[in-house]
Ligand binder design. Structure first.
Ligand SMILES: Nc1ncnc2c1ncn2[C@@H]1O[C@H](COP(=O)(O)OP(=O)(O)OP(=O)(O)O)[C@@H](O)[C@H]1O
Ligand SMILES: [Mg+2]
Length: 330
C-alpha cells in the first residue's frame, strides 16, 4: 500500500538551478517525516510541489491517495499547509484570522468561533487574540499561522520550518501539539534545520542537499553513521590550536573540525564523560589551557559533515553577508 505521501523522481529546475534533482519520498500513514537540509537544499520546493503550489518538470506525486498533478484541487481539500513564511492577514485580529479560515472551510460560524478560541489558547495567543495581526511579534505570527493550518484537521499536513523563530517554550508547546496530532492519525511532512526537532518528532528522516536525497533513516540510524558523540574544546591561545588538535587526534573516531576564529576543535568520540576527563588531563599535561570543553550529541551539521564531507554551505548572499559582518567586527 502506498504511503500517505509518495513522490517519485521529482525534478524541478529554476534556470540553471536544479532545486529538485530526482527526489523520492514515502511517508507511511500516521507517521512524521522530517526533511532536513541546509539553506537552498530544496526543502521548500519539495513542499510546494507536494502541496500543488508548484508543478514539477517531471516525476510524480500522490498525496492522501490522490495524484497531485492530475487532481490538485482534490489534494488541496485533504491537506493542511503551514508555509515557511507566515501567511496571516495583517489587518484582521488573531481571532478573526482563525475564524475566517474556519468559514473558508465551510464550518458554521459557531464551530469556527469555538475552534478559533481553542487554538488561540493552545498556541498561547489568547491574550493578544483581539489585536490586529500586524501588531504581533515574529514568533506570534508564526504561531498564528500554525494555528490557522490546524483549524480543520486534515489527514495530511505539511509544515515548512514550523519552529524557526520560536523561543524554546513555544517550540516545546508546538512539539506537543504536533505529537497529539500524529497520535490522532495525521500524517506529517515537516522540514527543519534542527536535528533535535526531527529527533523528537520524526519517525523517519530524509536529508537532502542540492536537490538530492543524500541519506534516509531513523534519527538513531543517522547518528550512528555520524559516529556518536562530539567533544568540543575551545583553546585559550590560537597558537596552540594545531598542538591541541594533534593531542585530540588520539581520542578521535574521525576527522577533527577546527574553527580558527572561535579557536574551537570538534572531534567525534565514543566513550562519554570518562573520556572527557582523560582529554582534560592530556591537554593539561601538554600545557594547553582551555576556555571551554563539552560533550554533545551530533547535530545536523555533524550528520551533514559526515555524509557529505563538507560543512553545510551558506547560500552565496548569506556567505557574503557573514563575511561583511566578520570584516566589520575586525
Ligand atoms: N521561484 C524560484 N525561482 C528561482 N530559484 C528558486 C525559486 N525557488 C527556489 N529556488 C532555488 O531553488 C533552490 C532550492 O530552494 P528551496 O527554497 O527549496 O530551499 P530550502 O531547502 O527550502 O532552503 P531554506 O532552508 O533556505 O528555506 C535554491 O537554490 C533556490 O534559490
Ligand atoms: Mg525553505
Amino acid at each position: 500500500m502506498p504511503g500517505a505521501i509518495h513522490a517519485e523522481g521529482l525534478v524541478k529546475t529554476f534556470g540553471d538551478v536544479r532545486a529538485l534533482d530526482g527526489v523520492d519520498l514515502d511517508v507511511p500513514e500516521g507517521t512524521v517525516l522530517g526533511l532536513l537540509g541546509p539553506n537552498g537544499a530544496g526543502k521548500t520546493t519539495a513542499v510546494r510541489v507536494l502541496t500543488t503550489l508548484l508543478k514539477p518538470d517531471s516525476g510524480k506525486a500522490v498525496v492522501a491517495g490522490i495524484d497531485v498533478l492530475k487532481h490538485p484541487n482534490e489534494v488541496r481539500r485533504s491537506i493542511g499547509l503551514s508555509g515557511q513564511f507566515a501567511a496571516v492577514d495583517e489587518y484582521l485580529t488573531g481571532r478573526e484570522n482563525l475564524q475566517m479560515v474556519g468559514r473558508l472551510y465551510q464550518m458554521t460560524a459557531r464551530a469556527a468561533k469555538a475552534r478559533a478560541a481553542e487554538l488561540l489558547e493552545r498556541f498561547n495567543l489568547a491574550e493578544a487574540a483581539d489585536r490586529p495581526a500586524k501588531t504581533f511579534s515574529g514568533g506570534m505570527r508564526r504561531r498564528l499561522d500554525l494555528a490557522a493550518a490546524l483549524v480543520v484537521s486534515p489527514p495530511v499536513m505539511f509544515m515548512d520550518e514550523p519552529t524557526t523563530g520560536l523561543d524554546p517554550r513555544n517550540r516545546q508547546q508546538l512539539w506537543e501539539v504536533i505529537q497529539e496530532l500524529v497520535a490522532g492519525g495525521t500524517t506529517l511532512l515537516l522540514t527543519t534545520q534542527y536535528l533535535e526537532e526531527a529527533d523528537h518528532l520524526a519517525h523517519d528522516i530524509c536529508v537532502i542537499d542540492h536537490g538530492h536525497v543524500i541519506a534516509r533513516g531513523t534519527s538513531d540510524e543517522l547518528k550512528a553513521r555520524t559516529g556518536g558523540e562530539r567533544v568540543e574544546v575551545v583553546v585559550h591561545e590560537r597558537e596552540l590550536l594545531a598542538t591541541a588538535t594533534a593531542a585530540l587526534a588520539g581520542f578521535s573516531k574521525g576527522a577533527p573540525t577546527v574553527e580558527e576564529h572561535t579557536r574551537r576543535i570538534t572531534v567525534p568520540v565514543t566513550g562519554g564523560a570518562k573520556l572527557l576527563a582523560e582529554i582534560i588531563r592530556e591537554l593539561d599535561t601538554r600545557g594547553i589551557e582551555i576556555d571551554d570543553i563539552g560533550l554533545r550529541r551530533p547535530t545536523l551539521d555533524d550528520v551533514f559533515l559526515s555524509l557529505t564531507g563538507h560543512v553545510a554551505e551558506a547560500p552565496a548572499n548569506e556567505a557574503a553577508e557573514q563575511q561583511q559582518a566578520e570584516e566589520a567586527a575586525k
